[in-house]
Design a protein around this ligand. Structure first.
Ligand code: ADP
Ligand code: ASP
Ligand code: MG
Length: 806
């Protein structure tokens, strides 16, 4: 014999009930079918009752809906020929009468509520039994409880006897309502919300059936609630203990008390999907057969929690405090979900349901009245709007480092953990976070422990000019490959230009982002962008700065402090005051997020990375010599008899090599910033003022407006041409060289001959030479394209990949 339980969604409509019938009839065994109310009906009954009691709003709206749902369902199932119409109608009338009674009295007791809460099950079981053509058994006559209305405790002795008697010699198919029961006086009670699972388990255990099948609307017990974690997947097998822990901590797929009766009898539970019956679902058994051997099986959470902390130096070493605390809470029926006590015994925290707060607080204050008055116990601390999260898995026992990995992962994502508890059984680690951090916590933990099929990286991009635009193109081209080969899903989660900004948690389709951004409602503002990123509070977030703006650089601290990584092509921050640069690096380190700016020097060339590797592996940088301006190198490689200096500058701008204002390149400021950054990354404390720059363009051209600059520049052409001819004759070339040695940095135009490594430096290429303790006689050379939107974007992309840690 089998017991099959179908939940609210499974019996939510005529179409679904037809599916249920198919499933039931396809069993080649005797079957007891336990059913919930039609989906949503119990909620409606409870709302109607509350409305009736408070008189705030009429209960008829709900009642009409309840009637309509049942009429429609019966109509469709029985083609208008409704054999049980009368029975259902009577139950609906009973409901109406009691609701009217509640309105008149203006009061709703738990007892009255239980009188009507199960009417949904009483109706659904009638309809389904008739539709399947099965016998209906009345669970409320079989399951006897105490009189704790709302969540009654079962008298197993009487109940088991009743069930055994009722089903003695039973063959065929029976349908019974879930959830409902009666006390010894014959008054209706209920088994608690979600209690139909429990009804099925009680019957299964009493009859010692072969299997208890819970049919619901998902493919079994999943690694997390699929409504919250899209990437959750089905767990093929769970032990009873694991299922118990997960459901206790909020995995609604099964009502926690369900497990005990079947566990005692060793009856396996199968969780199946009514809408995908061919899916194997989840088996819950005593020992898991095959090695589904991840340390953690699942993660679940409960919201609507308050954390109560009792604190006081007077509590240290005093015996009986915890006992009194829990007894006081038990007296008022407050269920303690989590307990955490410091070993100093200075404080003890308990997590309870928020709705129990006032009861709990009063009970504690009464119990510890004397200690509070004498100051032995300070006032009780209350932290509202928190959630409890738990990871569960029997294999945690055998695995070290789970807690370490767990909390460092959560911490790196900027989530504050308010309290922690781990049972000595090591089956479960649970902790408390603010409600607003719950989604992020679940995602982070799911991703890092369940080896979700992929890691997600959430990009917030500011600046969609040449570099930003190119980056998005490259991203779009690589998205699929990264997902397939590296299991990395890179999402554009936020984007802004100077006018508008756009955010989408699920990711913006890059092929449409320009149109979408143009139509976006939000006007762009830097602080607005930062606030939105922080509010979205998404794990694995990275801010990408593809602007050249001082303002944008000024918000890096705030961003890093919010545990959002930064990848930037903007040189302003790394070349700002040393203190600011150092502070940014410190924050990033403290918060465990990356702050990467490889493209600040030599675009996509691995110049900073290499430097970091050298320094981190114990090498010391003695000298850096470099051609660091793609623009200047392009200019001095392009200048010729036919192309004067002024034209080369214009060409450099048009090619996209120069900064938007080419004077930043010509003045040597750009090069100075780069050598400054390299010196700092080599470990030297150095400021912009410490760098001496020898300009090759008169100061007067830098002082006016950009237009005046363009007007004045051709005036230099003749002198440069004379000089150039001389160099050609001597087989020499101009190079704008930056140098760092003995803590001093300088930059200026130099003349090199054919023997110098800088001589053959084509186009806009860059070259860096590191002379170090290890690379002494022959310095290390890094050479290649040092400017241009696409190589810069590629460098930014490479930094992004580094952030994702794949
Ligand atoms: P039923 O009405 O069939 O009893 P419930 O709504 O009580 O169904 O439980 C099924 C729901 O539980 C699923 O739709 C799912 O959203 C939720 N759920 C929460 N945690 C989990 C989990 N770990 N695995 C599967 N479902 C879960
Ligand atoms: N109908 C009840 C509820 O919604 C019992 C159940 O469906 O399990 O809580
Ligand atoms: Mg349920």
């Amino acid at each position: 014999m089998k017991v099959l339980k179908f939940g609210g969604t499974s019996v939510g409509s005529a179409t679904n009930i037809k599916k249920v019938k198919e499933i039931v009839l396809s069993q080649n065994d005797d079957v007891i079918v336990v059913v919930s109310a039609l989906g949503g009906i119990t909620d409606k009954i409870l709302t109607a009752a509350n409305n009736a009691a408070t008189g705030t709003s009429d209960f008829h709206t709900e009642l009409t809906e309840i009637r309509q749902r049942h009429h429609d369902t019966m109509h469709e199932l029985f083609n208008g020929n409704e054999p049980i119409r009368e029975v259902v109608e009577k139950l609906l009338d009973e409901l109406e009468q009691i609701l009217t009674g509640i309105t008149l009295v203006g009061e709703l007791t738990a007892k009255t509520l239980d009188r009507i809460a199960g009417i949904g099950e009483r109706m659904s079981s009638q309809i389904i039994a008739a539709f399947i053509g099965a016998e209906r058994k009345d669970s409320s006559l079989l399951i006897q409880t105490d009189s704790n209305f709302g969540k009654a405790s079962v008298d197993f002795q009487v109940t088991i006897k009743n069930i055994k008697e009722e089903f003695a010699g039973f063959r065929g198919i029976a349908v019974a309502p879930g959830f409902i029961s009666k006390n010894s006086k014959g008054e209706f009670t209920t088994l608690g919300r979600g209690g139909s699972d429990f009804t099925a388990a009680i019957i299964a255990a009493a009859l010692d059936v072969e299997v208890l099948e819970i049919w619901t609307d998902v493919n079994g017990f999943m690694t997390a609630d699929p409504r919250v974690i899209r990437k959750a997947y089905t767990i093929p097998e769970l032990t009873y203990s694991e299922a118990m822990e997960l459901s206790h901590f909020g995995a609604k797929v099964i009502y926690p008390p369900t497990i005990l009766p079947v566990y005692q009898k060793g009856i396996p539970i199968l969780i199946k999907n009514t809408f995908e019956p061919e899916n194997p679902g989840t088996r819950i058994v005593k020992d898991v057969r095959n090695g589904f051997d991840r340390p953690i099986k699942g993660i679940s959470s409960i919201s609507g929690i308050t954390l109560l902390t009792m604190q006081g130096i007077g509590m240290v070493g005093v015996t009986g405090i915890s006992m009194r605390l829990f007894t006081a809470l038990a007296r008022v029926n407050v269920n303690v979900i989590l307990i955490s006590q410091a070993s100093s015994e200075n404080s003890i925290s308990v997590a309870i349901e928020e709705k129990m707060l006032s009861k709990a607080e009063q009970a504690i204050c009464e119990e510890f009245e004397k200690e509070i008055a004498s100051g032995q116990v300070n006032k009780i601390d209350i932290e509202k709007e928190v959630s409890v999260v738990a990871i569960v898995g029997e294999n945690m026992k055998k695995t070290t480092g789970v807690a370490g990995k767990l909390f460092s992962t959560i911490g790196r994502n900027g989530v504050n953990i308010i309290a922690i508890a781990q049972g000595a059984s090591e089956l479960n680690i649970s902790w408390v976070v603010k409600n607003e951090d719950l989604r992020k916590t679940l995602n982070v933990v799911h991703e890092s422990f369940f080896l979700s099929e992929f890691v997600e990286l959430n990009i917030f991009l500011m600046g969609i000019g040449t570099v930003g635009g190119n980056l998005l193109q490259q991203l779009k081209q690589q998205q699929e490959k990264l997902l397939k080969e590296k299991h990395l899903r890179v999402k554009l989660t936020g984007v802004a230009n100077s006018k508008k900004m756009l955010f989408e948690r699920e990711g913006i389709d890059i092929s449409e982002f320009r149109d979408k951004l143009a139509q976006a409602e939000k006007t762009s503002s830097l602080q607005g962008f930062v606030d939105e990123m922080k509010d979205m509070n998404i794990y694995n977030s990275v801010f990408v700065d593809c602007t050249a703006s001082d303002n944008v650089a000024s918000v890096y601290k705030e961003i890093l402090n919010a545990n959002i990584a930064i990848v930037t092509a903007n040189k302003v921050a790394a070349s700002s005051d040393y203190e600011n640069y150092a502070e940014l690096k410190r924050i990033a380190k403290r918060k465990g997020v990356k702050f990467l700016f490889e493209t600040n020097v030599g675009a996509g060339l691995p110049i900073i990375n290499t430097l970091n590797d050298l320094v981190n592996s114990g090498d010391r940088i003695l000298k850096i010599e470099a051609v660091l301006s793609g623009t200047l190198n392009y200019i001095f490689n392009t200048i010729s008899e036919d192309i004067p200096l002024s034209k080369t500058i214009l060409m450099a701008k048009e090619e996209g090599y120069s900064e938007p204002d080419p004077r930043i390149d010509l003045s040597g400021v750009d090069v100075a910033r780069k050598i400054l950054i390299l010196a700092r990354e080599s470990g030297y404390r150095i400021e912009m003022e410490d760098i001496s720059i020898k300009r090759f363009v008169p100061d007067s051209l830098f002082n006016g407006t950009l237009d005046e600059f363009w007007e004045g520049v051709p005036g230099l052409d003749a002198a440069f041409e004379t000089e150039r001819k001389k160099l050609v004759a001597e087989n020499k070339k101009w190079r704008f060289v930056a140098r760092f040695e003995n803590g001093k940095a300088e930059a200026g135009l130099e003349v090199v001959d054919a023997s110098h490594p800088f001589y053959d430096l084509e186009g806009s290429n860059n070259l860096v030479m590191y002379t170090t303790e290890r690379y002494h006689e022959f310095p290390m050379l890094i050479k290649g394209y040092g400017a241009g939107a696409s190589v810069t974007a590629a460098g930014v992309f490479a930094d992004l990949i580094k952030v994702s840690n794949i």
